[in-house]
Design a protein around this ligand. Structure first.
Ligand code: GLC
Length: 432
């Protein structure tokens, strides 16, 4: 949000770009009031908008303007933890997870130290999987569940068509607080929460989509999330190298296990991972196009992170400008989107804008640009059978797959290849 358009009114002004791109929905990073220890992922009030971004009225205007362009608005819901400045942390301590002593070996993702911090006010330790300023909620408490039921309804009533659920695998902790990370995250009891949320969503037409940030590192751990989430984000895919030998088995296994009423979801960049143009493509334009081809021709849902459509690389953030608490900092993948070569649209952005060589204005004017390529792919994908995937025989380094009557062929090597009599340039993807 901060780096795409600055605020909600700015986003409304940029909707034309999204409409031309052809997207169905836009997922906003958290928009709620937050002290920004973790840039919005420490929520201080789930029922309002951060003044940096505008007001609830601005949010309503966004939903209305987006709807006029057939674009749905999705929010990022953070149910695992709140900010320590949320009123609940003071007024409703029983909403959180406490212990008289440090009960186990659980570690904080951000500090690497114990996930338990002493609270002098309560004279007990509280749990935080992330920063100490992000206390974990106790999802065994029925009142916590009821609060979130109301939060869901509040936003669904306001026209939210989808939720990206932060740390979706982490909400429920082992009741006995046993040692081992397997007792802190990815517990079987979490699915019941999503079953309940689907009941709430089902009262709306169209039913809002529930997509989990299901950050599990193996595919078998991912499959159970399809019971009650519409979409379960595939982290083995995003964390794989840009190589046929790594990616194809992930896609094949995902598709082989996908239930008939579910769709796969693919992404290769986000606010926590280096952008695909850098991590997968090393800045090489042909490889960037290959990555976009793959992302946008696999069956199911594709998520582009802002800037992917330009082949935008990670930004350079000098040590004095770092604002993220994670180590290494995630600032490079969060730098502002260049709308023009001059970058004059950004006055004093939160993160530096240095390289504007890939920008919207220039690429808009160039029919051969990555932006036009991405748009063409998005248009073409509408003609593909949405659910089917079948690997086709192909020479080494070439990935060929059937999508209904069409075949997608992608040369994942730096040499020309021939597939079925067709000559493919290095890194070229083609629909045949
Ligand atoms: C998720 C978010 C990440 C955040 C973390 C803690 O992983 O994507 O940005 O820091 O949750 O809320």
């Amino acid at each position: 949000m901060r780096s795409f358009a600055g605020d909600l009114a700015g986003l409304v002004r940029r909707l034309d770009h999204l409409e031309r791109l052809g997207v169905d929905a836009v997922w906003l990073s958290p928009v709620h009031p937050s002290p920004n220890v973790d840039w919005g992922y420490d929520v201080a009030d789930y029922l309002d908008v951060h003044p940096d971004f505008g007001t609830l009225a601005d949010y309503d205007a966004l939903v209305a303007e987006a709807a006029r362009r057939n674009i749905d608005v999705w929010l990022d819901l953070v149910p695992n933890h709140t900010s320590d400045r949320h009123a609940w942390f003071t007024d409703r301590p029983e909403y959180y997870v406490w212990s008289a002593d440090v009960p186990n070996d659980w570690r904080s993702v951000f500090t690497g130290g114990s996930a338990w911090t002493w609270d002098a006010r309560r004279k007990r330790y509280y749990l935080h999987q992330f920063a100490p300023q992000q206390p974990d909620l106790d999802w065994w408490n029925d009142d916590v569940r009821a609060e979130f039921d109301a939060i869901l309804r509040f936003w669904f009533d306001r026209g939210v068509r989808g939720l990206r659920i932060d740390v979706a695998h982490g909400l429920v902790k082992d009741r006995e607080l046993r040692d081992g990370v397997e007792h802190m995250r990815n517990r079987p009891e979490v699915h019941e929460i999503y079953r309940r949320w689907q009941e709430i969503a089902a009262a709306y037409d169209p039913k809002p989509t529930l997509m989990g940030e299901t950050y599990v590192l193996s595919l078998p751990e991912l499959y159970p999330y399809w019971q009650h989430l519409d979409l379960a984000q595939n982290f083995p895919f995003v964390r794989a190298g840009f190589e046929l030998g790594q990616l194809r088995p992930i896609v094949e296994q995902t598709m082989a296990h996908l239930p008939p009423d579910r769709r796969a979801v693919w992404f290769a960049s986000n606010h926590d991972h280096s952008r695909l143009a850098t991590r997968w493509a090393g800045g090489d334009e042909a490889k960037i196009r290959a990555a976009l081809f793959l992302l946008l021709t696999l069956p199911g849902v594709a998520i582009l992170y802002q800037g992917d459509e330009l082949g935008l690389e990670d930004g350079r953030v000098p040590p004095g400008r770092v604002v993220d608490l994670a180590d290494p900092p995630r600032d490079p993948e969060r730098t502002p989107l260049p709308w023009t070569r001059s970058g004059a649209e950004w006055r004093d952005p939160w993160l530096p804008l240095e390289d504007t060589s890939r920008n919207v204005e220039d690429q808009e004017a160039d029919p051969g640009s990555i932006l036009h390529y991405t748009r063409d792919l998005i248009r073409a994908r509408r003609g593909l059978d949405d659910r089917s995937y079948e690997t086709l025989p192909s020479p080494d380094g070439v990935w060929a797959y059937a999508r209904g009557a069409r075949a997608c062929v992608l040369n994942l090597t730096s040499k020309p290849q021939v597939y079925d009599g067709e000559r493919l340039a290095p890194w070229e993807g083609r629909l045949v």
